[in-house]
Design a protein around this ligand. Structure first.
Ligand code: S3P
Length: 432
């Protein structure tokens, strides 16, 4: 992708692709439901299409009708042994959630993924699943998952990870006892909200000294058929447009129908603190998830500190937040974000390399970043970015590219397809 500096601004009203986290979960839970589920707004990005393909390989039929995806669930016990290895491509969410589901099956499976997946830590799900009776060949991808008789577990999670929590709850659907997961900070709760919509009873408890505990009680579980799920626009995709609008002079955009689950939308709070002109309109609950239109307009920004519980609420948005910080007045310090080292790339490293390539001052710490902003800085040089196969680094580069008067060339930008098909057209199309 080549991005050229522009005198234009981002204007108008835009829709974003469907939420990636919710799209994965919608396919998985629909596959386990007793009957048909209708999914609207499904993200047709590579990651979620791989999930659809993997469940098809386990006998789950689907049809696509206009913009709806209709999935014929096979019930909790209805999945079939796939003919070959299941491959999640680049998706850590798919790998970890499916590890939970597959641990409870009566057939053996092999689960694998691309080079990045094979390097990512899977012990965080394998270890607690083993405590439940799950049986695995190792602790990383590719992983062979043997049939296991699962029992209950009361798990105090050392990291606030929605993928770990979800893997355990999904395995819990097959367990003989109750499964509880306690987190120090609430991680995104899409699995809990969707399980409730499918009729599964969950208990949540936030009374234990700031911690969050979710319990799937023991019992014969059943996911009801006939559910209609409307997937909202992905907040993590919207984030690139929000920051682009804040940084490109004269911009004012409205992003329609975006998921603003508070466990995910921490970027809004941070950007507002930095001085952003941002507003949420038409707030409503759709399919159990908070949704709103987001208005963002060009704003001078100031630096800030982001740490602790807030990090969990914006973990995927740190790359684009760093771009905002690079143009803000003063210093931005990001702490407690060591998890970024094990995402699609080592994002602390990738972000520093990206900001440095654009001539900004950024340094890594063990678990964060220090960025000294240069508001209004003129960038005028040909820049080549290698996003290290990381979609969010590639899209952040494109946002910064809008501010470069010369050409920004982003190589190997195909990775963007994992979460945001036709990103370039959407970004350039918003320039008026
Ligand atoms: C996700 C959870 C987060 C997030 C990822 C999507 C999910 O990962 O970074 O992009 O859909 O559950 P962790 O659970 O590893 O924090």
């Amino acid at each position: 992708m080549r991005i050229k500096g522009t005198k234009k601004s981002l204007r108008g009203s835009l829709a974003m692709p469907g939420d990636k986290s919710i799209s994965h979960r919608a396919v998985m839970l629909a596959a386990l439901a007793d009957g048909r589920t209708e999914i609207g707004g499904f993200l047709r990005g590579e990651d979620c299409l791989n999930t659809l393909k993997n469940f098809k390989m386990m006998g789950v039929d689907y049809i696509e009708k206009k913009d709806k995806l209709l999935i014929k669930g096979r019930g909790l016990k209805g999945l079939q042994k796939p003919g070959k290895a299941l491959d999640v491509g680049n998706s850590g969410t798919a790998f970890r959630l499916m590890t939970g589901i597959l641990a409870g099956q009566e057939f053996i499976t092999k689960l694998t993924g691309d080079a990045s997946i094979q390097k990512r830590p899977m012990k965080r799900v394998v270890e607690p699943l083993r405590k439940m009776g799950g049986r695995f060949s190792g602790e990383s991808a590719p992983l062979i998952i043997f049939p296991g008789k699962l029992k209950g577990l009361n798990y105090e999670s050392p990291i606030a990870s929605a993928q770990v929590k979800s893997a355990l709850l999904l395995a819990g659907l097959y367990a003989s006892g109750a499964v509880s997961v306690t987190e120090k900070v609430l991680s995104r709760d899409h699995t809990e909200r969707m399980l409730k919509n499918f009729g599964v009873k969950l208990k949540t408890d936030t009374s234990v000294s700031g911690k969050y505990k979710v319990t799937l009680p023991a019992g014969r579980h059943k996911l009801r058929g006939g559910l209609k799920i409307a997937v909202p626009g992905d907040f993590s995709s919207a984030a690139f447009f929000i920051v682009a609008a804040l940084l490109v002079p004269g911009s004012k955009i409205t992003l329609k129908n975006i998921g603003v689950n508070p466990a995910r939308a921490g970027l809004i709070d941070v950007l507002k603190k930095m001085g952003a002109r941002l507003a949420l309109k038409n707030k409503k609950i759709v399919s159990g998830e908070p949704v709103a239109d987001i208005e963002a307009a060009y704003s001078p920004l100031k630096g800030t500190t982001v740490d602790g519980a807030l990090i969990v609420r914006l973990i995927d948005e740190v790359p684009v937040l760093a771009a905002a910080a690079a143009l803000a007045q003063g210093r931005t310090v990001i702490k407690d974000a060591g998890e970024l080292r094990v995402k699609e790339s080592d994002r602390l490293k990738s972000i520093c390399a990206l900001l440095s390539a654009f001539g900004f001052k950024a340094g890594e710490t063990a678990d964060g970043l220090i960025i000294d902003g240069s508001p209004g800085r003129q960038i005028s040089k040909n820049i080549k970015i290698d996003p290290a196969y990381d979609h969010r680094i590639a899209m952040t580069a494109a946002v910064l590219g809008l501010l470069n008067q010369k050409e920004t060339l982003i190589s190997a930008d195909k990775c963007i397809e994992t979460s945001f098909p036709r990103f370039e057209q959407a970004l350039l199309g918003a320039l008026k």
